[in-house]
Ligand binder design. Sequence first.
Ligand code: 13P
Length: 284
Amino acid sequence: MGDLLPMSVLMAKAYKEGYAIPAFCSWNAESTEMVLKTAAKLKAPVIVMSGPGEFPLVRPDVLAAITRHLIKKYPVPAALHLDHGDSLELVDECLAAGYTSAMLDYSTKPWDENVNALREVVKHCRPKGVTVEGEIGHVGKADTMSVESDRESTLTQPEEAVAYVEATGVDVLAISIGNAHGHYTRLPRFDFDRLAAIRKAVSVPLVLHGGSGTPAEDLRRAISLGMAKVNVATDLVTTVRNALMKQWQGAKQQWVPTTMAVATAALEEVIERWLRATGAVGKA
Ligand code: 13P
């Protein structure tokens, strides 16, 4: 510990032991510190992730340097993951920065394009011991909150999941079973038969995108059926936004670092809730 680990190492243990690791969207030093600090407090493995939605604010090299510094201060098993990478160039930028896991999301592209691109990502990442996440089927969005995807979901077929893992060599697989990014405007209906069939057919750990708003019982069942990582973004971003709005509405003046400190502190409860809900607490 004290250094970042490949995401597949964390997920292999979780998959075997029947819990999941939350991957928290992080966009600055403060949010990263709150994730690692809370995970350390609860002795939980954790994944810190960022992607094209966060990089307009801060580039991967800066986020990686921050995370590498903080992991020494809060030594838990942790990975730094590129979420929804949209080009091979961005994957390479994250590799150079020291990310220990990368997703290239070509799930809306034709089969050949998705497979060929992910094969290439595997070629770049494997020699460096960096984990690769691919997506087959497509996880769309539940509302307009999230920056991920602007397409309808397409459910993952078990046969295509098998063929995709075989053809690309990805280490972990994101699938679509009724989950969606953003705030659920009505309760999601996960297709657990589909999930069970995919788990039976492929040997790699599975990833649940669109964690925010998932009912507790559905989450537990999805984890018991092989979802070893749960992505969480909207819950965090909404918490910070609400905390800022509350302070700023009607206020004549507010010192930005002070309001940011209050907003970041509000993240602790959300992070803790997710670490407990996924069963990650005490697994470090
Ligand atoms: P939510 O924003 O719904 O939590 O989903 C996050 C996600 O899947 C990022 O990849």
